[in-house]
Design a protein around this ligand. Structure first.
Ligand code: ADP
Length: 643
């Protein structure tokens, strides 16, 4: 076996035919495409046309610095030849082209980041595989979905005809390259179609696909005129950059098709927003909300951002400077009138113009989301399921837009029967009881644990709604929130419950009486637990549980401390308060214990249980188990009932 990408030791000149092995990932991808992708086979055409269009875009861009590159053939265009008798389909562009070295590197490896992640996310489920392949953007290799052999002839713009390259592969793990004379600038990809894919050599079928998938690429796509052996070509697509047309001239279907082309997605987008800004700052934007999260949404280095054009000239893919990080799921195009054509990523980062556009685009996306939430709640629920956790980052990242973000949040709640996050803050406000001044929420490891949290027992008993949260980011997000429509947010597991007018005089009297009675007990508990707690106090939260831990308003929760510690950040451990439910039989039993050792043992158990309940970790689990077992043994002994 020869090594990957390295030519066999070859005594012949470098121009001679060489055989190379595909990179292992490419081999895997090819296998997957050939064996798993049965539906949507026609996407290969979209991918190859997209490459041809990119090649034209790139040459137009290179010609800004060196006009001579375009001189021999100034009109950039794409041609498609379908030959049913030979069973071939050829896609030819006169764009930037490739040198021999570029062909070896570009058509033998996958350079994209996230490749490993992509393969990891494949589960062997074919349906899912084909969706993922779409998201991954299979690009050139999709040719092998329909072709048993693919031949590429290319000449780089600006190099002599003799320096052309011919690349060929039968997808059997290898490809060959040789230097050839290639009179025309650009690239021609010829697909030798498999027997069951001959339909793609039918010109009518191909025209239909172009109209469907690639109508709005910015260059003319030409095919032979219909009719007997016609040699004349005609343009078969609109050849107009879609975003430059007025909204009234674009159908919904065209918007959807453009999205699929742009995002390499099989699915329709959830919604889009197309705008032209005129005046001091001029730009056009077409922004889409995908219906599905990409597999690399949480990868730092994943490509994100918009396709950037300056006055219709393509400048770059993934221009991430045009949207804040928390809107990284948005796909689309931005076409700016006032940026220089030679703008680089570095310059984009510093450009005040770009910053202003980013602000404008973020508003557009938030408006679009607000409209979707109002008019199409079902679709918004889909959006939230896929991207809600990302959007939440905005609460902390984008303070100026917090007001627009708050109504977009969705929560699970004690007032919803399942754990679907379907409750908005507006819903919560509408259900608030008279006299209620706080928006209560509780955060736990899971939504089930949040729903069962002792900290909200009293609130639940009173029919007060509590929002339930369980995502890693929630502690951080909720920490940033102060009020919504004048009502303060209140973590039900911290400080006092702040029931305010909701607590009746009778409640207060009962509390005072209990306090008097339990002073001694609370002191004994504190003495038994020592430094582990800051204080033992009478609980206003508990109904069914004997005890729970409560943090101070500004203490760092144990969960958060562990996340920070895992990231290497040392933070002090907060000392919680132990709240005790004096009405609970176990606490009454504790109160009656006269043996200090037994008292201390049960007090510790109650503390440890409270710690476990809130998802904390025991400092010494074996000791806890021994303590519990001693108690159980006493319970089991014939004479020694515990209660
Ligand atoms: P992607 O287009 O997402 O980078 P592809 O697999 O489609 O991935 O293509 C790999 C690379 O091959 C491209 O980035 C480009 O450099 C090169 N390439 C493919 N098709 C063409 C073409 N028609 N003209 C010039 N270069 C091309």
């Amino acid at each position: 076996m020869e090594s990957e990408h390295k030519p066999r030791p070859n005594p012949e000149p470098a121009s001679a035919r060489q055989t190379h092995g595909f990179q292992a990932e490419v081999r895997e991808l090819l296998k997957l495409m050939i064996h798993s992708l049965y539906s949507h086979r026609e996407i290969f055409l979209r991918e190859l046309l997209s490459n041809a269009s990119d090649a034209c875009d790139r040459l137009r861009f290179a010609a800004i610095a060196d006009a001579a590159l375009l001189a021999e053939e100034p009109e950039l265009a794409i041609r498609i030849d379908a030959d049913p008798s030979a069973g071939t389909l050829t896609i030819t562009d006169n764009g930037i082209g490739m040198t021999r070295e570029e062909a070896i590197a570009n058509l033998g490896t996958i350079a994209r980041s996230g490749t490993a992640e992509f393969f990891r996310s494949l589960s062997g489920d074919e349906q899912k595989a084909s969706q993922l392949i779409g998201q991954f953007g299979v690009g050139f290799y999709s040719a092998f979905i329909v072709a048993e052999r693919v031949e590429v002839r290319s000449r780089k713009a600006g190099v002599p005809a003799q320096a052309g390259v011919r690349w060929e592969s039968g997808a059997d793990g290898e490809f060959t390259v040789e230097t050839v004379t290639q009179p025309a600038r650009g690239t021609a990809v010829t697909l030798h179609l498999k027997a069951d894919a001959r339909e793609f050599a039918d010109a009518l079928r191909v025209r239909g696909l172009i109209r469907r998938y690639s109508d709005h690429i910015g260059f003319a796509v030409r095919m032979r005129k219909e009719g007997e052996a016609s040699l004349e070509y005609e343009v078969v697509n609109q050849a107009k950059a879609l975003w430059t047309l007025p909204r009234t001239q674009i159908s919904d279907e065209e918007y959807r098709q453009f999205y699929q082309y742009l995002a390499h997605d099989f699915a329709d987008p959830l919604a889009w927003s197309h705008n032209k800004v005129e005046g001091k700052r001029e730009y056009i934007s077409l922004l889409y909300l995908p219906a599905r999260a990409p597999f690399d949404l949480w990868q730092r280095e994943a490509a994100r951002g918009l396709k950037l054009y300056v006055r219709r000239v393509f400048i770059m893919d993934d221009a991430e400077q045009f949207l804040p990080l928390y809107l990284r799921f948005v796909k689309g195009v931005v076409d700016c009138s006032d940026l220089p054509l030679n703008i680089s990523r570095e310059l984009l980062q510093q450009d005040p113009e770009v910053e202003a556009i980013r602000g404008g685009l973020a508003k557009r996306v938030l408006d679009l989301l607000a409209r979707l939430a109002k008019d199409e709640p079902q679709k918004y629920a889909t959006f939230w399921k896929e991207f809600g956790a990302v959007l939440k980052e905005g609460i902390a990242q984008d303070l100026p837009n917090q007001g627009a973000l708050l109504p977009l949040l969705r929560f699970a709640s004690t007032h919803a029967s399942d754990n679907d996050p379907s409750v908005s803050l507006g819903d919560y406000l509408a259900r608030m009881q008279s006299g209620q001044e706080r928006i209560y929420y509780v955060i736990a490891e899971t939504l089930e644990a949040a729903r069962a949290s002792p900290a909200i027992e009293r609130l639940k008993e009173r029919g007060l709604e509590v929002l339930l949260l369980a995502e890693r980011i929630d502690e951080w997000v909720m920490g940033q929130l102060e009020t919504y429509e004048g009502k303060r947010f209140k973590d039900a597991a911290r400080g006092d419950l702040e029931l305010g007018a909701l607590a009746s005089d009778a409640d207060r009297q009962q509390h005072d009486a209990q306090l008097k009675e339990s002073k001694g007990l609370l002191k004994r508990i504190k003495d038994a637990l020592g430094e582990r707690i800051s204080e033992a106090r009478l609980s206003e939260r508990l109904r069914e549980s004997p005890a729970c831990l409560v943090l101070g308003e500004h203490d760092l929760p144990e969960r958060m401390r562990r996340i920070l510690a895992a990231a290497g950040q040392k933070t002090p451990q907060a000392r919680p308060l132990l709240e005790v439910n004096v009405g609970h039989p176990l606490i009454r039993y504790l109160d009656g214990l006269t043996d200090p050792a037994q008292f201390s043992e049960l007090a510790q158990l109650l503390y440890e249980q409270a710690l476990l309940t809130e998802g904390g970790q025991l400092a010494n689990a074996p000791e806890y188990v021994q303590r519990l077992n001693r108690l159980l043994v006493r319970l089991a002994a014939p004479q020694g009932a515990v209660c």
